[in-house]
Ligand binder design. Structure first.
Ligand SMILES: Cc1ncc(COP(=O)(O)O)c(C=O)c1O
Length: 372
């Protein structure tokens, strides 16, 4: 099996730890354990016995996860190492050579890349900036067929921060059920809405809906590497068998902390802290953009840790990102990583001081380079 380089992940991994101003993060500034836990909880963490635990997810954690998905029970849940593993296990289990996959673009391109590895035919459908980063239903209708095995969405979306309009979501569900396709929704950004109303989950809307999610983005806990799959119990029981071949289980410390942070009050506090960071940083970014209204435009993100800026000057996005990084140690994601040159993605979950300083340097760089 041949794999294509996962350009977004690889571009970030190469540089994010060596630059001074990393503005590529798509989540919220992570918590420390000290910020998260009481002294008492830290003490009980110290006494935790470091065994394997229950490999499909502790009952306590799966019960906590069911609260986020009305009508689910613990047999609908498989706990994974991050949402990345949930995406992997789902793709590996479902996709056979020549299956058709209808894939939302732009996107965090893991599932599209995996589908190709597994020999499936990927048909992209697009979110359009002129539609406020919504898809065209006519396009989906034209591309879906009885051969479509899977429709894969990312909602809220990375990189645009858009949330599918509910009537469009309903139409996509109807189209999937008309051809009997699985509908997989990566909901890792659910809970990171800037205005607070949580995005409705697709779970429970159709009997072939599967959800992937985790704690890395909306919860600002990527280092826990905790994710999950929610699906029909027979699908989840097969997925568990595949998971035995990937990583066996997520770590027991993450199980323990995951169950804690998903308790309703704790969850609310975490999401509120993160929402404030996102809102505050979006203001920093839009005020920075007001210096350059002729150079940048933005459909404001509704959720998630990033803003997807269109720029109105002629330079390839990879070149722009490379020059900024090499000359000023400021790192932004080039739109090329999403197949959309002419855009850059800037993280709005960062430490505000770092964001401000990075943007100030970017401003100087623009003034110097676009005027000369
Ligand atoms: C949409 C989306 N899904 C999944 C992942 C991977 O998440 P995790 O860190 O939980 O494995 C990312 C990471 O950026 C993402 O943006």
């Amino acid at each position: 099996m041949k794999i294509e380089i996962f350009s977004l992940e690889r571009t970030q991994s190469l540089w994010e730890n060596t630059v001074k101003y990393n503005l590529t993060d798509s989540g919220v500034h992570p918590f420390t354990l000290r910020e998260l836990l009481t002294e008492e909880e830290i003490e009980s963490l110290l006494s935790l016995r470091l065994g394997y635990g229950q490999t499909n997810g502790s009952i306590e954690l799966r019960e906590a996860i069911t609260q986020l998905y009305p009508g689910s029970n613990i047999d609908n849940i498989l706990v994974t190492n991050g949402t990345a593993e949930a995406n992997f296990v789902m793709s590996w289990l479902l996709l056979e050579p020549n299956d058709e996959v209808l894939y939302m673009q732009p996107n965090y391109n893991q599932i599209g890349g995996l589908a190709q590895c597994f020999g499936a035919k990927v048909k992209n459908f697009y979110l359009y900036e002129k539609l406020g980063w919504q898809p065209s239903l006519a396009e989906i209708e034209e591309k879906i067929s009885p051969r479509t095995k899977l429709i894969a969405l990312c909602n809220p979306n990375n990189p645009t921060g858009s949330i599918l309009n509910p009537s469009i979501a309903e139409n996509i569900i109807n189209l999937a059920s008309r051809v009997g396709a699985y509908l997989y929704v990566d909901e890792i950004y659910r809970g990171s809405e800037l205005e607070g109303r949580e995005t409705e989950t697709f779970w429970g809307k159709y009997d072939k809906v599967i959800i992937g999610a985790g704690l890395s983005k909306a919860y600002a806990l990527p280092g826990l590497r905790l994710g999950w799959l929610i699906g029909p119990s027979d699908f989840i029981s097969k997925a568990w068998a595949y998971h035995d071949y990937t990583s066996i289980t997520a770590g027991i410390i993450s199980h323990y902390l995951g169950a804690l942070v998903l308790q309703p009050n704790r969850r609310k506090t975490i999401l509120e802290r993160n929402r404030q960071i996102l809102k505050n940083n979006l203001e920093i970014l839009t005020s920075w953009m007001s210096n350059f209204s002729h150079l940048f435009s933005l459909v404001p993100p509704k959720a998630g840790g990033m803003a997807f800026l269109k720029y109105h000057f002629s330079m390839n996005s990879t070149k722009l990102s490379n020059r900024l990084r090499e000359e000023k140690s400021v790192f932004v994601v080039p739109g090329d990583c999403f197949g959309l040159d002419g855009y850059i993605r800037i993280g709005i979950g960062a430490n505000p001081l770092l964001l401000k300083e990075g943007l100030a340097i970017f401003k100087d760089w623009l003034q110097k380079n676009l005027n000369s």
